[in-house]
Design a protein around this ligand. Structure first.
Ligand SMILES: Cc1cc2nc3c(=O)[nH]c(=O)nc-3n(C[C@H](O)[C@H](O)[C@H](O)COP(=O)(O)O)c2cc1C
Length: 169
């Protein structure tokens, strides 16, 4: 079992679903939560957003981000979440992972999705952070309303991070 202190939760959300998962996760495991924001906000119109996102993913573009006020150094376990965009990590989260040194950290990926094109956040994050220990991702449907407590618990057990399960949760 891993000896750990507080985990870091880092997330990007465009329309609030991943943010909701991150909030519930923080309530379940504690730790510190930081949200990522792109320096240039994404368009509000869906066709423009989709076109831009497709191009960013196609070209491997890492968008500039607003400063994030967390220091990675004190964390051994990092939860990293974003929506599934076009079958992969949203570029703002990819950008944060690329710009930070996650070597030796345990990364627990989570994502929100609508049940469309599937993704493999584990593979995609391992490509950006080859020296991190990337564990099994958790996918949450965007309209999933049920209590997430059991799902988080099962996920932490499966990923060998059960030390994060708080008693009573
Ligand atoms: C540009 C774009 C691309 C998307 N691509 C996918 C996809 O490939 N597969 C999927 O299941 N959902 C896809 N979705 C749906 C989102 O993943 C889903 O609505 C998610 O809950 C949004 O999270 P958010 O509210 O944190 O931004 C896409 C949404 C957008 C806006």
């Amino acid at each position: 079992m891993i000896m750990t202190d507080r985990p870091l939760i880092i997330s990007y959300s465009y329309s609030g679903n991943t943010q909701r998962v991150a909030e519930l996760l923080q309530a379940a495991v504690g730790g510190d939560w930081c949200e990522i924001h792109p320096w240039q906000p994404y368009p509000a119109s869906f066709p423009e957003l989709l076109e831009q996102v497709k191009e960013e993913i196609r070209s491997g573009y890492y968008p500039r981000l607003l400063p994030v006020s967390c220091s990675l150094r004190s964390y051994q376990i990092v939860f990293a979440g974003s929506p599934n965009w076009c079958g992969t990590i949203a570029p703002p989260l990819a950008s944060w992972l690329y710009r930070n040194n996650l070597s030796g950290k345990i990364i627990l990926p989570f994502y929100s999705h609508c049940g469309g094109v599937s993704c493999d956040f584990g593979r995609d994050i391992s490509r950006i952070c080859p020296k991190a220990d990337v564990r099994e991702p958790l996918g949450v449907l965007d309209n999933e309303k049920k209590d997430m407590g059991d799902r988080f618990r099962d996920w932490l057990l499966r990923t060998g991070t059960e030390c994060l399960i708080r008693s009573g949760k």
